[in-house]
Design a protein around this ligand. Structure first.
Ligand code: GLC
Length: 415
């Protein structure tokens, strides 16, 4: 069972090729099963098929946020994949490790990126993509007005994922963390979400809806944003690295007219949400030997190198971001490796363990209610905080980096 974007012709042809190669090398036949579009629906399906035991699938991709949630269903892969685990970015391996058990072997990484139209930036006199959210707003507004004036009525400045799905968790976390608004729940088990920086970041995004972004962006998942983008109807898009292939596909109207780079920064820093998958084996698998061989093949260095070339898929081994064979066909990887080292923000899935699903659900609802104007951002933040206290039992605290002392304390004496 694979969560990945297997729908495009190019993608599925490449997959077929890999499976043929695997069969040729091992004699093992693999059947790739279809899956629903969004993460939360996929998780529900994974649970259902895992319940079928030995008659169910053998190998599963595991979203980077699922290891604690699905842990009991999978084998400990540590004894078989010690090298793969230690050779991957430590933050990635940590995400797939629960109580010292390697629930899944790091398979690919996925990062939120800014896609931008190089042709339009040039036409409107911009030399570089936006470095900050402020710049993005003004550039998007100007390009949108200009393109509309030329008669492109459906043109928008910025498209992203505003539907009430896990992708919204990733977008909103990027907005707030870049402004110093924390990671919702911090590693030290404190709930930091109700803070002025996060509130402002959500408010700002709500202001995009219907101005630089279409009103329907509150219903957009990854593919919806990508469809607007490849039709040439947006100046900027937030999407995963995996959107690159479709943007460069022969039928894409933005082919050779765009580039990707880091998301704009806020007052605190630049961030990108860590996404991606590991590969896990069902503990009920009737074919554990074959399953191990498949996981070994898919997580191998060779497959990661090839996928970096054909899909711009991000290898999980830091070592590969310095290799000529990866960098030469695709210079983007230098910046991508850097982002993986310095800009990552993780969803609070490790610290909340099995409760992450409920945590994400109430976070998504809160953000969505701000985007649709149903609630004000301060209202949504304060009721979200209460819900998170109930779900996790953790205490509240301001996000790290902000003043954690009592707000009313008297100023320090000066000399
Ligand atoms: C991508 C990411 C995954 C994330 C999902 C949200 O598939 O790889 O980690 O949960 O998007 O839609």
């Amino acid at each position: 069972m694979d969560q990945e974007w297997t729908t495009t012709t190019f993608n599925s042809e490449e997959r077929e090729r890999e499976l043929r190669e695997f069969k040729r090398k091992t004699g093992i036949q693999v059947k790739l099963l279809p899956s629903p579009e969004s993460t939360r629906e996929q998780l529900a399906l994974w649970r259902e098929v895992l319940r079928t035991g030995a008659s169910g699938p053998d190998v599963y991709t595991v979203d980077v946020i699922w290891p604690s949630i699905l842990n009991e269903n999978f084998l400990d892969l540590k004894p078989y994949f010690a090298n793969e685990a230690s050779g991957a970015f430590p933050s990635i391996t940590a995400a797939y490790t629960v109580d010292n058990k390697l629930v899944a072997v790091p398979y690919d990484a996925n990062l939120g990126m800014l896609y931008y139209r190089t042709d339009l930036l040039g036409q409107y006199g911009y030399r570089a993509p936006p470095q900050t959210w402020d710049e993005l707003e003004s550039m998007a507004a100007r390009i949108q007005a200009g393109e509309r004036a030329k008669g492109k009525k459906d043109f928008w400045g910025f498209v992203w994922q505003g539907a009430a799905t896990e992708a919204l968790t990733c977008n909103a976390l990027e907005w707030q963390a870049s402004e110093g608004g924390g990671q919702i729940i911090e590693q030290d088990q404190t709930i930091s979400v109700n803070n002025p920086q996060a509130i402002q970041a959500w408010q700002r995004a709500a202001g995009w809806v219907g101005s630089i972004s279409p009103p329907s962006v509150v219903g957009y998942k990854e593919w919806d944003a990508l469809n607007v983008w490849v039709a040439g109807n947006a100046a900027f898009m937030r999407n995963w690295t995996l959107g690159y292939v479709d943007s460069q596909a022969p039928r894409s109207l933005v082919r050779n007219k765009f580039d990707i780079g880091p998301l704009p920064g806020g007052k605190a820093r630049r961030v990108t949400t860590l996404g991606g998958n590991g590969l896990a084996i069902s503990r009920f698998s009737a074919h554990p030997r074959e399953a191990l061989a498949l996981v070994r093949y898919f997580t191998s260095r060779d497959v990661q190198v090839r996928r970096s070339k054909v899909f711009l898929e991000l290898p999980t081994r830091p070592e590969l971001y310095e290799q000529h064979e990866v960098l030469e066909p695709n210079p983007h990887f230098a910046a991508l490796g850097q982002a993986l080292r310095t800009d990552l923000v993780s969803r609070p899935s490790t610290v909340t363990g099995k409760k992450y699903e409920d945590v994400a659900k109430v976070y998504i609802q809160a953000i969505h209610s701000v985007l649709t104007g149903e609630k004000s951002a301060p209202e949504a933040a304060s009721s979200l905080e209460k819900q998170l206290v109930l779900i996790t039992g953790f205490r509240k605290a301001p996000p790290p980096g902000t003043n954690r002392a009592a707000p009313n304390r008297s100023p320090e004496p000066t000399r």
